[in-house]
Ligand binder design. Structure first.
Ligand SMILES: Cc1ncc(COP(=O)(O)O)c(C=O)c1O
Length: 450
């Protein structure tokens, strides 16, 4: 297998950076101006992570493409890292938002769209009761709180190198078998080991041992890890996870925010999972902020038995703008007309095509990488072995190489996520978009192993 020389990588990176800067004078000027008022020149700290010397400023996005202010066209495989999995500004969502925005945006009162969305979510995911939030982070936080309240237990359990948003309890990793605050965890309120147990994905024995003492309120899990590359569950993993959580009196929260890529009912419906809670955020409103969490009759009864009307607005589950009329109108249109079975029938074969293109190039150039797909999401990883857990996937990461791949792609009109090497398909993505990526990916490998 050809090894990739670091020296070569540095010099390629430098020339890609020069190309990026020289071809984007308008973005550069805007960035310099933005730095005067925005910390690091960006409206959100992680936007500093883009591989270019500055982020390209967007002029306009539509479907699976966008243009930057310098006039470059990009095929968007990042898709707002799933927030725009519907394609940018899908027509049906835009029409519903246009109509609702003129009729009241947020009222602290329900609109008819709310129960339409609840009914559709029940149809898709099989859970009878639903609540709304503005972000998947909040939907996870609220589910955790409710699980703690119902079970009267203090701890939660997550899988190593998971990501569930900015939920304090989840920013924890395993290092040499011991749990500690995740690298980069900013100002944790307490050592997360106090609140959280963490085990490797697919490690049933460790899971059983962690649940056995009976102090874990809930397991919060993506059905497949998607935030450290893609790590698929072993056959039988979900059955064991469900059996053990039942046996130990622990509630199971399945976070479908990314794994909705598996189909209209997410991984839960595709694989017949039976969680106690289900969380979905990001694309549910076609890019308009909105998220939801659903739960079983048993959980609903548990909540009702402990409900305190007088204090229900200040108990830690809330959000003034949550469940607002605008985000519910956007969710209704998105679920009814955009993220449909027909859309998935279009998107999943595109992800298969993307994966095949990447796998063929990996084989041709003999680099020790692999590619994994889940529904309409796919990702390559810098290891010849398919990882079985977050630890293995994280060990395969190579920040420098990742940045080169991202910058090389961006310079040739392809946008991947700024975090790892993920590509997502939207209803507006086409075979031509995929083939453009395959061509650029091959060119990058050619340059690296030359
Ligand atoms: C699986 C999963 N859950 C929750 C979140 C949090 O989403 P948000 O940042 O929109 O709150 C993310 C974000 O990447 C995620 O990947």
């Amino acid at each position: 297998m050809p090894s990739i020389s670091r020296e070569r990588l540095h010099s390629l990176m430098q020339s890609e950076q020069q190309k990026f800067i020289s071809e984007r004078p308008k973005s550069k000027a805007l960035f310099e101006r933005a730095r005067k008022t925005l910390l690091g020149g960006v409206p959100m700290n992680w936007m500093a992570k883009w591989a270019g010397a500055f982020p390209p400023f967007v002029r306009e996005a539509q479907g699976a493409e966008f243009f930057d202010v310098d006039g470059h066209r990009y095929v968007d495989l990042c898709l707002g890292d799933t927030g725009a999995m519907t394609g940018h500004s899908p027509a049906a969502t835009v029409a519903a938002v246009r109509q609702q925005v003129a009729r009241g945006i947020t009222l602290m009162l329900p609109s008819e769209d709310s129960f339409w969305v609840g009914e559709e979510l029940e149809r898709r995911f099989g859970l009878p009761f639903w609540q709304f939030a503005l972000t998947a982070t909040d939907a996870n936080r609220f589910s955790i709180r409710l699980a703690r309240q119902i079970t009267g237990r203090p701890k939660i359990l997550v899988f190593n190198w998971c990501y569930h948003g900015t939920v304090d309890e989840t920013l924890i990793t395993l290092e040499n078998g011991r749990s500690k605050a995740r690298r980069g965890n900013i100002g944790p309120p307490v050592d997360p080991s106090v609140t959280t147990k963490v085990v490797e994905f697919n490690d049933i024995a460790a899971l059983e041992q962690a649940l056995q003492p009976g102090d874990v309120a809930c397991v919060l899990a993506e059905p497949a890890l998607t935030n450290v590359g893609i790590v698929l569950p072993d056959p039988g993993f979900h059955q064991s996870l469900r059996e053990l959580t039942h046996k130990c009196g622990t509630l199971l929260i399945i976070d479908e925010t990314h794994t909705i890529c598996a189909g209209p009912g997410g991984y839960t419906r595709a694989e017949n999972l039976a969680p106690d809670f289900l969380v979905l955020g990001k694309p549910i409103g076609g890019g308009v902020p909105g998220a939801t969490y659903g739960f079983t009759q048993r959980v609903a009864d548990g909540i009702a038995a402990r409900q305190n009307l007088e204090d229900c607005d200040v108990g830690g589950v809330g959000g003034t703008l949550a469940g607002n009329a605008l985000s519910l109108a956007a969710m209704r249109a998105t679920l009814e007309k955009v993220l449909t079975q027909t859309a998935f029938d279009h998107m999943i074969p595109l992800a298969e095509r993307w994966t095949k293109g990447v796998a063929t190039a990996i084989a041709k150039f003999g680099v020790p990488w692999n590619v994994t797909r889940l529904g309409c999401r796919a990702e390559y990883l810098f290891s010849s072995r398919t990882p079985r857990n977050g630890g293995e996937a994280h060990d395969a990461m190579d920040f420098e190489l990742e940045r080169f791949m991202h910058l090389f792609a961006m310079n040739r009109g392809i946008l991947l996520t700024p975090f790892h090497n993920m590509a997502l398909m939207s209803p507006a993505t086409t075979e031509e978009h995929i083939d453009q990526h395959t061509k650029v990916f091959r060119e990058a490998l050619q340059a690296l192993v030359n």
